[in-house]
Design a protein around this ligand. Structure first.
Ligand code: NAD
Length: 503
């Protein structure tokens, strides 16, 4: 480990601090395999310190007019725009995305801040005059109190920004626990939030693993938990958080199907498949990891995929060069992805493009798997069922759209699904009947923009209100209904200038 590897600070009560953690986890540059930082594993006591700071800050933050809270977000937005390239470089260094992918992910995060700036126009309640004779009724939204967010490694800048800009603008205090594998982007962005004027204790950041997460889930003063990560942990977070009386939204893993109908425009379909499967090295919950070729054009689709996949340039993304695909997050994860390909081969699939041996010559210790295309995959095979979360595109061949929809029904996940077709009727059938919450029609990655919710279904989401959009605002607020009646005074002084009967 180079002597310069920094130990990541926590932000508690408005102060950056080095917590006295007994355990740390290394942060790597996946392009080279070097250790670039160390993440301290916080304890329950650290979480409690952040909660106490939030409890102190909440009463006055709750009463701060929402327009002032939104103004702070406008400042944050300007700082994010001015520093977007620097943040993207940090994302590339700690995560391994290409610079362009990192920039795009930062831009999507900034859109969430834009959405948060618009909350004053969305958060107001409803009023009904004369809901009964002389009775009016209204609803008002209030912040919940202290909310927490637990985020995955794959979008170090964007996913935390799905959460706290909305939560804080709604008047809550927020504690972020980023993935210990990629804490550096979150730290840089939090520095900008502090520069924007966020009051002490309104936003805190702790680091850690299960011990820290359990302390969040069980803390009696935390009201709501947002989680994004793998399905088994999402389920655990939902069940444990709910058992401790918390509101929980927990987004999990995925296996996204991309249906290619025989009438599809083949060039955009293949290009959509490639970017969906191999963009961000396949480490996306919306990655199209299973192409379903319908009818008699499967050979043509596979041939085109194979040609294009072979042209992808895999290499270091920390040097801003011409690479089009970077490494995966860790050595262990690269081994797991290769293990999926090995098993697929043993189970009878055909490896049409094999990325198992790919290793750029200038990065012998980086964590690489090249683009891989696995043909003749069936739903019984492990690769046809499980999330691989790497640059591996499986291809299943079916006869009809009905078969493709049936395949979707067998899938336990339900994040995204896409159809490439020129038939409105096929698209309509697919849109209404496919077993997934986010649908693309001739769109490779239907990841919703900030204004729309991230509507995963089945094992891809646990909870009721999804992340982003109006549901995000609803998640971080509670409504109060107020019913009002004013009685006619029994004795009215006809000369009282304030109350003059009949007027
Ligand atoms: P992960 O589940 O391993 O980790 C996510 C978070 O949970 C991290 O902060 C981690 O520290 C914490 N964690 C890990 N193990 C824990 C445990 N036993 N108890 C408590 N907390 C624990 O996920 P990851 O590997 O960081 O991210 C990849 C996964 O995230 C993929 O499955 C991907 O599909 C999913 N993801 C989903 C979405 C979505 O919107 N549905 C978006 C991005 C990523």
């Amino acid at each position: 480990m180079p002597a310069t590897a920094e130990r990541c600070p926590c932000l508690i009560g408005g102060k950056w601090m080095d917590v006295d953690a007994a355990r740390t986890v290394d942060v790597w540059n996946p392009s080279t395999g070097e250790t670039i930082a160390q993440t301290p594993m916080c304890t329950g006591a650290d979480v409690d310190r952040a909660v106490q700071a939030a409890l102190k800050a909440f009463p006055s933050w709750r009463e701060t007019p929402i327009v002032d809270r939104a103004r702070m977000m406008f400042k944050f937005h300007s700082l994010l725009l001015a520093n977007a390239d620097d943040i993207a470089r940090i994302v590339s260094r700690e995560h391994g995305k290409t610079f362009n992918e990192s920039k795009a992910s930062v831009a999507r995060g900034i859109e969430m801040v834009e959405y948060a700036c618009s909350l004053p126009a969305l958060i107001y309640g409803d009023v009904m005059h004369n809901i009964a004779p002389g009775v009016d009724s209204e609803t008002i939204r209030y912040p919940l109190g202290i909310c927490a967010g637990i985020t995955p490694f794959n979008f170090p800048a964007m996913v935390p920004l799905w959460m706290y800009p909305i939560a804080i603008t709604c008047g809550n205090c927020f504690i972020l626990k980023p993935s210990p594998r990629v804490p550096l982007s979150s730290i840089r962005i939090a520095e900008l939030l502090v520069e924007s004027g966020v009051p002490e204790g309104v936003f805190s950041m702790v680091h850690g693993d299960k011990e820290c997460v359990d302390a969040i889930l069980k803390h009696p003063d935390i009201r709501a938990v947002s989680f994004v990560g793998s399905t088994p942990i999402a389920k655990y977070i939902y069940e444990t958080g709910a058992a401790h009386g918390k509101r929980v939204q927990a987004a999990g893993g995925a296996k996204n199907h991309i249906i290619v109908m025989p009438d599809a425009e083949i060039t955009p379909a293949v290009s959509g498949l490639l970017s969906s499967a191999f963009g961000c090295s396949g480490e996306r919950c919306m990655a199209g990891s299973l192409a379903v070729a319908v009818g008699d054009r499967a050979d043509e689709v596979v041939d085109r995929l194979v040609d294009s996949a072979k042209k992808i340039v895999v290499g270091r993304t920390d040097m801003q060069n011409d690479v089009t695909m970077g490494p995966v997050i860790s050595r262990q994860h690269a081994e797991s992805v290769r293990g999926h390909i090995d098993t697929a081969e043993k189970e009878g699939a055909r490896i049409a493009v094999d990325g198992r041996g790919v290793a750029p010559s200038n990065a012998p210790n980086g964590f690489y798997v090249g683009p891989t295309v696995v043909d003749h995959v069936s739903p019984e095979m492990r690769i046809g069922r499980e999330e691989v979360f790497g640059p591996v595109l499986s291809v299943a061949r079916v006869k009809t759209l009905e078969d493709a929809i049936d395949l979707g029904n067998k899938c336990p996940f339900g994040n995204g699904a896409v159809i490439f077709t020129q038939s409105g009727r096929a698209a309509r059938e697919f849109k209404h009947r496919f077993n997934a919450g986010m649908i693309g029609i001739n769109v490779g990655v239907p990841a919703p923009m900030a204004w729309f919710p991230f509507t995963g279904w089945n094992q891809s989401f646990f909870g009721d209100l999804h992340i982003q959009g109006k549901e995000g605002m609803q998640f971080y607020t509670q409504q109060r209904m107020i019913m009002t009646r004013w009685f006619e005074p029994e004795h009215v002084d006809a000369h009282d200038p304030v109350w003059r009967p009949g007027h």
